[in-house]
Design a protein around this ligand. Sequence first.
Ligand code: NAD
Length: 361
Amino acid sequence: MNYNIAVIHGDGIGPEVVEETLLVLNAIGEKYGHTFQYTPVLAGGCAIDETGDCLPQETIDVCKKSDAVLLGAVGGWKWDTLPGEKRPEMALLGLRKELGLFANLRPAILFDELMDACPLKPEIVAGGLDIAVVRELTGGIYFGEKGRKETPLGTAGYDIKQYAVDEVKRIAKIAFDMAIKRNNHVTSVDKANVLESSRVWREVVNEVAKDYPSVTLDHLYVDNAAMQLVREPKQFDVILTGNMFGDILSDEASMITGSIGMLPSASLATGNFGMYEPIHGSAPDIAGQNKANPMATILSASMMLRYTFGLQEEADCIENAVKSVLKAGYRTPDLYQSDKEADILVGTKEAGAHIVAAIKA
Ligand code: NAD
């Protein structure tokens, strides 16, 4: 098959980790007889330098015409003094809005080989962790009416949180569909003891659950969910939640899996279209030094194969290749422990080359 991918290298370590990912995709293409066609487009700081705009219209057009988007990272010190609305990171919000990316999926996987990078006690994470956080991305308090008004206590700032039935329905379906492909368990997180928007959320999730009789659904208040994630993370399979709670919980979930350089993400629109990117930023402190861990971006590409292209075997192949490279002891600096004899220090390019070799093996 032929697949068209818009590629946003971005800034900092973005180009380095994306280049390794394209080599991995090429290896998959060769092995399974697919052609991945890449169209590079600009977004972020490099786009500001070249066009004056962090998200040129041409980028939006190319992304819309493609089957999926692969993004490295945007931003960096060079553009830090620009006013908020002109910063490179605005490109991310623009892409979400323009491409209708309403669902954010962040798997938090703790590989056996990286168990000692986890800040939790070994007995809590024995056997590894595999949690998928499904976060609503274009609604809720971040997109509600906001402003300032005078009150008897002085000027007040306000942000309105609102969720409509259809908004909840479509994200809930994503979570249940995902649970079916995993361990048939959805935990919906809200604050229904206090918030009316959460009560609507809960009612709709209960309705959607009726179409998925094989999936077990439970509900947790967000404060309890934050606690349970560090107390007993193995109880979770798919966590379904709104924009703000998901923002916070997905960062918490990612931290318990060790390095930020390992974690992929997908942002999905209606249908199969999606944008795939590592959860980390452009890491200007290590950019251009062959030190970045490319695995988060490579695993994002495996999510692209799985969720947009429906290529399960190919996605498994990438994930198994990453695991085998970790098992062989290869570690980029973010994972390397000098006192561990089995660890072999490698750079971005070498890590990528080992993954390509494992795919071809
Ligand atoms: P960051 O994720 O870029 O870096 C945080 C720390 O993690 C740094 O020490 C960095 O060296 C390390 N790190 C990150 N990715 C790594 C990798 N693949 N391998 C090894 N180490 C890695 O976050 P930050 O420093 O807060 O932000 C830097 C820039 O990135 C800022 O301009 C920020 O706005 C931007 N940013 C962009 C995105 C995005 O494009 N999606 C996300 C977050 C931050």
